[in-house]
Design a protein around this ligand. Structure first.
Ligand SMILES: [Zn+2]
Length: 221
């Protein structure tokens, strides 16, 4: 597993297989955004250590949405850190119960269907249930969390009813978009396929682009 790396000062990406967890290292307590598939808690805690922090330095666990590749290790990370768990009320019952997960629709297109059948669905089928995790605080559109200098909650349903993006007010604005903007395959492979087949491959339609941001980061790099 690739090590955690700093993308801008105070923000680390922690690879956890098919998705990433993000760590915001703030003086008032660290924030973890998402918690990977089940069994990835050791990867996440190694990433926290690589950022020079202890598990108990993590005070906030923010869930962007209740899919198994984002809440799979949430209960274990919560147990290790003692951090408060945040998510949107639409997804809170799924987080609390550890499932059942909502069925996913695939973006139209033969390539998307193939990618879904061959790569994504087999992974998700192995994880029909996550460990139940209590939700300490629900998130609402437009809310500014007074942590890490300000985290604005943007409710962006579509990929998942309770999906939120987080706009960190540091560095001129950093959008943590999670699965709101994503590609299933790596960028190079996508580019190669597009070149070969003349296709534009998007696994999930992009419905929102925030212009004027200095940077944004994709949940599934
Ligand atoms: Zn998702």
């Amino acid at each position: 597993m690739a090590a955690a790396r700093q993308v801008v000062p105070g923000l680390f990406v922690i690879p956890t297989g098919i998705v990433n967890t993000f760590l915001i290292d703030a003086p008032d307590g660290c924030v973890l955004v998402d918690a990977g598939l089940p069994g990835r808690d050791a990867d996440i805690l190694r990433g926290v250590a690589a950022a020079g922090r202890r598990p108990t330095d993590v005070r906030h666990l923010i869930v962007t949405h209740a899919h198994p590749d984002h809440i799979g290790s949430l209960a274990a990370v919560r147990a290790a850190t003692g951090a408060a768990v945040y998510c949107h009320p639409a997804d809170a019952p799924i987080v609390t119960a550890g499932g059942p997960f909502r069925p996913l629709d695939v973006t139209p297109g033969v390539v998307n269907w193939l990618v879904w059948r061959l790569f994504v669905r087999p992974i998700l089928r192995r994880f029909a249930q996550a460990d139940p995790t209590p939700v300490d605080e629900t998130l609402h559109d437009g809310q500014v969390l007074p942590i890490a200098g300000g985290l604005t909650v943007l409710h962006t349903p579509g990929h998942c009813a309770g999906q939120v993006c987080l706009l960190w007010q540091a560095h001129g604005g950093v959008l943590l978009a999670a699965d709101r903007i994503r590609r299933v395959l790596g960028g190079q492979m996508v580019a190669a396929i597009e070149k070969l087949m003349g296709l534009v491959l998007t696994a999930v339609a992009v419905e929102m682009i925030l212009a004027g941001l200095k940077r944004y980061f994709i949940g599934d790099l």
